[in-house]
Design a protein around this ligand. Structure first.
Ligand code: PHE
Length: 455
């Protein structure tokens, strides 16, 4: 078994562990989806609830994934076969791998749009467009260009994953994550200096309790899970590459803090600028692709070079974030394929890339040529998004908290969290209560509520 474990590869350092896991967490979910949800959910009130869910539900769930992954040293399905052989728990693993395919397929569509915006921004074309809304609609509904960008993005992801854990995922995360943090700091600085930025800050910092409805509560929970990449076996897979000295609780805390910081800072980039030019904060998914280019144009009317730099930096940031996340989604499937079918990593990665390109193309076409093609009343993109965020993630998360909180021997859990008793975790008792009671109950409430409100 030792030989097999070393064949699988592992992360080389604690920093690598944190940056790769934070890379998975920080993505379009933080920079594109979070501001969209904040805009719709009324600003600060949404953020408050979101923070609560990150630390009460998503962080314990992350610890469950870390425990399953490191205790088994196996891919998302193999983990359950090892820890609970012959038991139906493997269904949770199957949902993870299926979820990995679905999430990567629709994610790579938006990532492809991001690549297109990065390229056109670099070429100065984006800035010349007469009507950003029309340009966006024309682009996403044309059949071929978005598919071309999706394929290019998938190839970038493939390139990193195929190289393996240390030489691929860890190495590139160590470059991309610091770069991402630097770009964010630069953009926050610029954004706060814009005239009238104060109103955007007020929107982000002053909670209006009357805005908190049950719907806002539910979206905040969904957003917390999506943003931390939990409930889908992604972190089970990553933690199977942790070594015996990796500190699970500290790593989880760090990842939660980095992810939350990036989400909130993205709010600090977007809302002050949006308010400063008098646009609406609740533009939905078009916020980043339609409202922002407009912001860049209006704000830097007299300094086009600054508009150019700001917009290019922003899309590069979005692209880097998308890439570090898509790598982790790809890895869920690649690890399973290569271990289960005993394929070379390279070939397993090729199979995953090809399949995701096909599924991703179906999602992309649902914005144009296949608009009318629906399954269960939804186009492919919506269907995949819905299945993952509203169904597979909460259900997968629920199963994982039950598995770790109630099924696994408590000694295994404590052994993992304390590295075999070598670490003194002062809040261990509290963490175990979160894992056993608070997280499963909280998730059950979201899940049932979603199910009932959609049936
Ligand atoms: N957490 C990622 C983001 O915020 C999305 C993601 C979901 C990544 C599931 C991996 C698995 O964009």
């Amino acid at each position: 078994m030792n030989a097999k474990t070393s064949e699988r590869g592992s992360f080389g350092s604690q920093l690598g562990v944190i940056l790769a896991s934070a890379g998975s967490a920080v993505g379009l979910g933080n920079i594109w989806r979070f501001p969209t949800e904040v805009g719709k959910g009324g600003g600060a009130a949404f953020i408050l609830i979101y923070l609560l869910f990150i630390f009460l539900l998503a962080m314990p769930l992350m610890l469950c994934e870390f425990t399953i992954g490191r205790a088994s040293g196996s891919n998302a399905i193999g983990a359950y076969q090892k820890l609970a052989p012959g038991k139906p728990w493997v269904a949770a693993g199957i949902m993870s791998v299926l979820g990995g395919f679905l999430v990567l397929s629709f994610y790579s569509v938006v990532a492809g749009w991001t690549l297109h915006y990065t390229v056109t921004s670099a070429a100065g074309e984006l800035q010349r467009s007469a009507d950003f809304g029309q340009a966006f609609t024309d682009f996403v509904s044309a059949p071929w260009p978005p598919i071309g960008y999706l394929v290019a993005f998938m190839l970038l992801t493939h390139f990193v994953v195929a190289r393996g854990i240390q030489a691929g995922i860890e190495r590139y995360s160590k470059v991309m994550m610091p770069l991402l943090l630097i770009i964010i700091a630069l953009l926050v600085g610029c954004s706060l200096m814009m005239p009238g930025a104060g109103e955007g800050l007020r929107f982000l910092l002053k909670p209006d309790i009357s805005k908190i409805t049950s719907d806002v509560v539910l979206s905040a929970m969904g957003q917390a899970f999506f943003s931390l990449s939990v409930g889908i076996g992604c972190l089970v897979t990553y933690s199977s590459y942790f070594n015996k000295d990796t500190r699970l609780v500290r790593s989880a805390m760090n990842v939660c803090i980095i992810d939350t910081m990036v989400a909130v800072l993205s709010g600090f980039i977007i809302f002050p600028t949006v308010f400063s030019v008098g646009l609406a904060p609740d533009a939905g998914p078009g916020l980043v692709f339609i409202t922002l280019p407009n912001v860049f144009r209006i704000a830097f009317d007299t300094m086009p070079w600054a508009g150019y730099a700001f917009s290019l930096l922003f899309y590069v940031l979005l692209l880097l974030a998308a890439l570090t996340s898509s790598i982790s989604m790809h890895e869920i499937c690649t690890a399973f394929f290569s271990e289960h079918f005993r394929l070379k990593r390279r070939w397993a990665a090729c199979a995953v890339t090809l399949l995701c390109i096909v599924l991703g193309a179906c999602c992309s076409l649902s914005f144009g040529a296949w608009k009318e093609v629906t399954l269960f009343g939804r186009g492919f993109f919506d269907l995949f998004d819905f299945t993952v965020t509203k169904f597979l993630m909460p259900l997968g998360g629920l199963l994982m908290t039950f598995f770790v909180g109630w099924y696994l021997d408590r000694r295994i859990v404590v052994h993992q969290l304390t590295n075999g008793g070598r670490l003194n975790i002062p809040c261990l008792g509290f963490l175990l209560v979160l894992i056993r009671w608070i997280a499963p109950l909280g998730i059950l409430v979201i899940f049932l509520n979603e199910l009932l409100s959609n049936s």
